[in-house]
Design a protein around this ligand. Sequence first.
Ligand SMILES: [Zn+2]
Length: 326
Amino acid sequence: MSQQKITKAMLQEYYSDYFDVTPLINIIGLSTFRRREFGFDLGNTFTRNLSFGTPRKLVDYMGNQGVFQAYVGAVYSESPSKQQSIQRLQWESRELVFDIDLDEFDLVRRCDCKGEKTFCEECWTLAQDAMIFLDATMREDFGFEDLVWIFSGRRGVHCWICDDIAKKLDQRQRSAVINYLTLIKEGEKTPHVDMLPKYAKSLKERIFTLLSRSFFLNTAEAELIKLGFKKGDSKKILKRVLTESQFNYKQFIPTYPSIDPLRLAKAIIINRYPRIDRKVTLDTRRLLKIPNSIHGKTGNVCVVINNISNFDPFDVPSIFDKVLSN
Ligand SMILES: [Zn+2]
């Protein structure tokens, strides 16, 4: 993360010469493009209720203005404008989105990355686990197929679900999806998990198969002993999770009769389960970062994550690598 200052001239150069709008078009499509809302942080002011006739006009605007942050919102009955703000238009559709931000994990991050201090290699695995878990759940439990993951440029990721049926979900339906996914009680000092709901069978399977490997890799022996493991078990467990390609909990659990599987599942949930910002998913009019735009504070490009497991957030391009005028 560079400490250099990002200037308007650098942003003008980036959006005029290097910005590729294709990932945005792949997500939002062309057929409703002119009725899509856009919003921008222009450095000294924030503006929204904007729309553009073509992607070219959008890119030209971003280049001319040298926008500090660039956002895209929902599709409305007519093209949003200053005269016809989105409040006066009928909402039509918006991809189903999830926002995963590492500061939501502050209570379980063991490194010293907190809040604004972005992330390190250790705690990035929380974001990676969250993506792997959510991606599988959306495909297997909901049948969605068109998922795009975007690095937010600072310390999180966004998931865009672009299936037609997902775009039309209203707030109540989005709320039901979030409720299905929520296992950790919010608003408490110590994160808490109640009994796992009956419907959660597939979630429970995934908690073991997808999250337990990193749980054991990142949990100190003293914590495992509190869960009922014996001294010396942790070395054997580590060897096991590192050599098995997928963690087979149905074989694992009976090997440790002193373990209460539900208690173990709850510990894995507390430490490794995705934290999703509900507000972002529920607010269907909310603006979200445009793929390939620049994060105005870090200078990072909000790149598309093509492969969740191999994505390296320390290797994303930034405006400082791209432009000449810095
Ligand atoms: Zn960290």
